[in-house]
Ligand binder design. Structure first.
Ligand code: IMP
Length: 181
């Protein structure tokens, strides 16, 4: 049996500093009067989304959607499924899509096609993490917190089998042999 171990990778402080920077950048770029729709991609983006919204000084509306792309392991299956749709109309609205991580890019590509078809006035992509080593499809990223190595990370909203989302920092998941010969 393997023992799970989480090795610190990005501290809560470093994440907070970077989110403040992205929030300031978005506040400069977004409409100062008309609320921008911030779309939270459940569940992985919850922590990033909550902190980012509080770092943005321009008016915002909250919207949520959920997708599933992993089925319990550390590798994507490639099959993206919408499990909860937006409950608001985004036609002619400025939209920021907030993701936890762009890995293969398949989920983001799926979401961009879904949202573009609804004719928003603008559509920006904001991701906390980007793992370019595993890219299968190129997607536009307007705001990125950190470019990371080819490692499986958990914490700050990201999970392994629905656990570790509540860890306040981002760590690399290791699976140690419980009974080394
Ligand atoms: P993609 O479709 O391969 O880009 O993967 C996107 C989704 O897979 C993300 O929104 C995450 O939910 C999940 N994911 C990808 N890499 C990781 C990781 O290192 N840790 C936890 N979840 C991940």
């Amino acid at each position: 049996m393997a023992i799970e171990r989480v090795e610190p990778y990005l501290s809560a402080e470093a994440i907070g500093t970077r989110i403040a920077e992205i929030g300031a950048e978005l506040s400069r770029d977004l409409d100062p009067v008309e609320p921008t729709v911030f779309v939270c991609v459940l569940k992985g983006s919850i922590m990033f989304y909550a902190d980012l919204l509080r770092a943005v000084t321009t008016p915002t509306n909250c919207a949520f959607l959920a997708v599933s792309s992993y089925h319990g392991g550390t590798k994507s299956t490639g099959a993206v499924r919408l499990t909860h749709d937006l409950t608001i109309d985004i036609a002619d609205r400025d939209v920021v899509l907030v993701e936890d991580i762009v890995d293969t890019g398949l989920t983001m590509d799926y979401l961009l096609n879904l949202l573009r078809a609804r004719r928003p006035r603008s559509l920006r992509v904001c991701t906390l993490l980007h793992k370019p080593a595993r890219e299968e499809i190129k997607v536009p990223i307007d705001y990125c917190g950190f470019t990371i190595d080819d490692v499986f990370v958990v914490g700050f909203g990201l999970d392994f089998q629905q656990r570790y989302r509540d860890v306040p920092f981002i760590g690399v998941m290791h699976f140690d042999d419980a009974d080394p010969a």
